[in-house]
Write a protein that binds this ligand. Structure first.
Ligand code: SF4
Length: 721
């Protein structure tokens, strides 16, 4: 008989931070289908349009299967791994010898599994001694990280998805959940249908699909979030809707904040935000009188030059009303990418070390140095994404290793990123797909195994860790990312020894010996075992969790310390926060507006964001024809009145121009926008819309605390093409 034996492997959708469980149906060689995992607590079997079409993204042309070296121009030559790694290691060892480890950088991704993040971080910070390792999560969640840390003391999301179903008030700010986290949106819709008394407030400069379920929609001007939250707090205080007992017993900084929000009168805030004062008052009443209030936010707050301020000002509302640590209550930031949280856990950012530790903290450094078996770790935080590419352009960095991300498309001010990569002495791109926009700038392309082809660990938005099984082999010689990093460490050890580069301490006799000791990992389990030791005694302690528990009892939320029977649904239920005195902190930022205001030359505001059926730079979703049905090309959305003002009409080709560059789009009239605001999708690149890379026009302004860029606002003008 030739009948195929269909097997089933448990996995998680590799797109958004919802982290839906999927079952991969395969024959051991090919993925035949993907369906929702009815047992996974994130989605209970449901999948959105992107998750449902995953099977169509794996096979076919365009997958990286052999190491490739760019010889000149566009010509690539295949090599075996040994040759590739030895060549790259020689270049990196020379740079290390001549310029020191601070000339080397890594730029990784919130789509990398936890074990890859851990090994990359150990390679950069532990082996090489450079803290220049950042991730594209910098473009996504960094402001939520700094917001949580400043307000609550730790980068810990306190809520669970279950809270969506037990709340009385949902404040959704700067998050188009219907498009970016569709399965969570379905859970919200179902809850609203069951309990119509649930009040939903949606705050967004655009009337997005998410606003369709709002009882109250506040179309604030971009960049006015802090003013809005202060205005709401002003009214909460005025109406005595704050929780004085919670404030007295569990917080600090209240008096300064109270003084600050005095200035934010309803009238003034309504003017700043350009919303009716009555709506502001209604928002305060809904939030202030709800027995349980939950807020959800995403890039609308985070991707701002004041993203941290936006976050702390929103968290203020929860602390002032005691709406935290209880079912249905709390500040709940949604993670954009599937493992942005796992990256933060393993220290995959330039100021972090594994287990939510800081490179600037001597005790934290000592703990990790001990675990890694090195004398000392570098105490200086490395460069975050935007400054990293600026340093590359200046020549302060010589080499960069880019993994699982496409910076030419996704970083702001694309032309600057192009200059930076052109100026780099050595660029390594570790990728699963060929022909991304960054590939022409790489000297080497290393093929990485992708989703379904390797086991993996990821943490979703509600702190839930899932174990993804491998279903099929990777194409050609592609390897899991952690294995590439380990193999490179061994090759680098050899190259450094050949150049007689001295070791930073006496713990090993040679670099090769050090690499063999530090990168002896054989599989995901051995990496996870070492990583878990880093978490012991920390807020995210998972010392009681192992792969067997994940496989037999299903995905688990952290913390899960030794002896625990299960993970924790909610943090801070006892009102004790991980700050030195156990109190959460109010912060009192001022409203500062956008980084680049509109003016007579650039009179329109451009905001960027996701489409429902595409994911990031479309390496996967761009291969599925049906996902183009809802948006077949990159449109520039404009309000009909603005179109009239600039004598433009539907379907016309237009040029949108900022101080950094210009793009060409087909125009789509859209009255869900406010007048003066344009919207461009973030996904389209050179492959599918050569002149519509939205980050050609965005600006590299970043938040001073989080380093997150302001993707949500740029001053532009528009004209007929
Ligand atoms: Fe995948 Fe997110 Fe859709 Fe779930 S909601 S199927 S994780 S894209």
């Amino acid at each position: 008989s030739t009948s195929t034996i269909v097997q089933c492997s448990k996995s998680v959708c590799p797109y958004c931070g919802t982290g839906c469980g999927v079952l991969i149906e395969h024959d051991g060689d090919k993925i035949l289908g993907v369906r929702g995992d009815p047992e996974h607590p994130a989605n209970y079997g449901q999948l959105c349009s992107k998750g449902m079409t995953l099977a169509q993204t794996v096979h076919g042309p365009g997958r990286a299967s052999m190491p490739l070296q760019r010889r000149d121009g566009e010509h690539w030559r295949e090599h075996d791994w040994e040759q590739a790694l030895s060549d790259i290691a020689s270049s990196w060892a020379e740079i290390y010898r001549d310029n020191g480890p601070q000339a080397l950088a890594f730029y990784v991704s919130g789509q990398l599994p936890t074990e890859d993040y851990y090994v990359a971080n150990k390679l950069a910070k532990g082996f090489l001694g450079t803290n220049h390792i950042d991730t594209n999560s910098r473009l996504c969640m960094a402001s939520a990280v700094t917001g949580y840390k400043r307000s609550l003391g730790m980068d810990s999301v306190p809520c669970s998805y279950e809270d969506l179903e037990s709340t009385d008030c949902l404040l959704i700010v700067g998050a188009n959940v219907a498009y970016a986290h569709p399965i969570l949106f379905r859970r919200i819709e179902a809850h609203k249908a069951r309990r119509p008394e649930l009040r939903i407030i949606v705050v967004d400069p655009r009337r997005t699909a998410t606003a369709s379920i709002a009882d109250l929609f506040l179309p604030i001007l971009p960049g006015t979030d802090v003013a809005l939250f202060h205005g709401i707090l002003h009214l909460l205080i005025w109406n005595d809707w704050v929780d004085e007992t919670f404030i007295r017993e569990h917080t600090q900084g209240w008096q300064e904040l109270k003084q600050r929000v005095q200035e934010y009168t309803p009238q003034r805030v309504a003017e700043i935000c350009n919303i009716p004062e009555h709506d502001l008052r209604q928002a305060a009443e809904i939030f202030g009188t709800a027995p349980r209030a939950l807020s959800l936010w995403c890039q609308g707050l985070n991707q701002s030059a004041h993203g941290t301020d936006n976050n702390v000002a929103l968290i203020n509302l929860h602390l002032a009303t005691g709406q935290i640590g209880r079912p249905g209550a709390g500040p709940f930031s949604l993670t954009g990418q599937p493992n942005a949280m796992g990256g933060r856990e393993t220290g995959g950012m330039p100021a972090l070390l594994p287990g939510h530790r800081e490179v600037t903290n001597a005790e934290h450094r000592a703990a990790i140095a001990e675990l890694w078996g090195v004398d000392a770790l570098n105490p200086e935080p490395g460069l975050t994404a935007v400054p990293m590419y600026q340093a590359l352009e200046r020549g302060d960095l010589a080499a960069i290793w880019i993994t699982c991300t496409n910076p030419i498309l996704s970083l702001p001010d694309r032309k600057q990123v192009e200059r930076a990569l052109r100026n780099a002495k050595h660029v390594v791109l570790q990728e699963s797909y060929l022909d991304g926009e960054t590939m022409p700038f790489a000297h080497w392309l290393l093929p990485a195994a992708s989703w379904g082809e390797r086991e993996a660990l990821v943490t979703n938005s509600e702190r839930r860790i899932s174990h993804l099984q491998a279903a099929i082999p990777a194409p050609g010689t592609a390897r899991p990312d952690w294995q590439i990093f380990c193999d490179f460490a061994h090759a680098l050890g050899l190259a450094l020894d050949r150049l007689d580069v001295p070791l930073p301490d006496q713990r090993d006799r040679s670099w090769q010996e050090r690499a063999a000791r530090m990168f002896a990992f054989q599989d995901t389990a051995s990496i996870f075992a070492e990583y878990r030791r880093c978490t012991q005694g920390r807020d995210l302690d998972i010392s009681g969790l192992d792969l067997t528990i994940l496989d037999t009892q299903g995905p688990q939320q952290w913390p899960f310390p030794e002896g625990a029977e299960g993970g924790k649904k909610r943090l801070y239920a006892d009102g004790i926060f991980p700050t030195p005195n156990g109190r959460a902190r109010f912060h009192a930022p001022d409203h500062l507006g956008v980084a680049e205001e509109i003016d007579a030359h650039y009179p329109l505001r451009l905001t960027t964001g996701r489409l429902r059926d595409q994911w990031h730079s479309m390496a996967r979703t761009g291969r599925v024809a049906s996902l183009f049905a809802s948006a077949e090309e990159a449109y520039l959305h404009i309000h009909p009145q603005d179109a009239q003002r600039f004598t433009l009409s539907e379907g016309m080709l237009v040029v949108v121009e900022s101080r950094r560059g210009e793009n060409i789009y087909r125009l789509r009239l859209d009255d869900s926008l406010q007048i003066g605001l344009l919207f461009a999708p973030m996904h389209f690149g050179i492959r599918n819309a050569p002149a519509a890379l939205c980050n050609t026009v965005t600006l590299p302004a970043i938040d001073p605390y989080s380093g997150e860029p302001e993707f949500k606002h740029a001053a532009v003008r528009v004209r007929k093409a």
